[in-house]
Design a protein around this ligand. Sequence first.
Ligand SMILES: Nc1ncnc2c1ncn2[C@@H]1O[C@H](COP(=O)(O)OP(=O)(O)OP(=O)(O)O)[C@@H](O)[C@H]1O
Ligand SMILES: [Mg+2]
Length: 230
Amino acid sequence: MENILQVKNLVKSFKDGDHLKKVLNEINLDIPKGQFLSIIGESGAGKSTLLYQMSLLDVPTSGNISIFGKSTDGMNIKEQAKFRLNNFGYIFQDSSLIKELNVLENVKLTLLAKGISNKKAEEMSKETLSKVGIGDLINRYPSEISGGEQQRVAISRAIVGKPSIVFADEPTANLDHVTSEKVMVELKKISEELKITIIMITHELKYAQKADRIIEISDGNILSDSVIKK
Ligand SMILES: Nc1ncnc2c1ncn2[C@@H]1O[C@H](COP(=O)(O)OP(=O)(O)OP(=O)(O)O)[C@@H](O)[C@H]1O
Ligand SMILES: [Mg+2]
């Protein structure tokens, strides 16, 4: 299968006092189009750092990230921002919704930023919100809905623009068991029905196992890489 994302010899170091600390140590990873990949590993292992490099939210110290077979090396900040807007969706641990905007407006925003008309953006947002089961909450504000509902708004926002890849950093970390299950069902649906590539960090092995493949990061290295048998 064609790779949608390729990581080659990726190194990321951070300044730690007067020396450099290597947080990612020559990571190599090929992610096929449409794959649901989960990333597990201990706290501080480098999972989020890896996700930030792959999703072009940060710049590697060395090595290379290719997306759709094309190196992202030469991209300037403006090109990267445009690329992220057009190709990526993000879901973080806290839903990071804008509290002054209602649910519909929060989801619509990405589409308006892409230059889609208000009418069309509203239509697409409503459709997506209904698909994830919260079509009746469009006029509520983030403070007026539950954590799980907020996270489903965040999922809607991440997928409404039909991205090629959704990056999720512990999307269920702040949720109880029942709500986490619901969020995982939505992510699985996105993977299966919309064929969006999903790269998800999780602490919970049972959620990691809902993916097609699990990689374990330890101390900046890939410790194991396994395909889940269904
Ligand atoms: N901007 C930064 N500056 C300096 N050090 C950083 C920075 N970001 C991350 N680190 C360090 O890099 C290491 C890996 O961090 P990272 O956030 O990738 O871990 P993680 O695997 O996502 O952990 P967690 O499960 O706790 O979220 C940690 O030791 C962290 O302190
Ligand atoms: Mg993290």
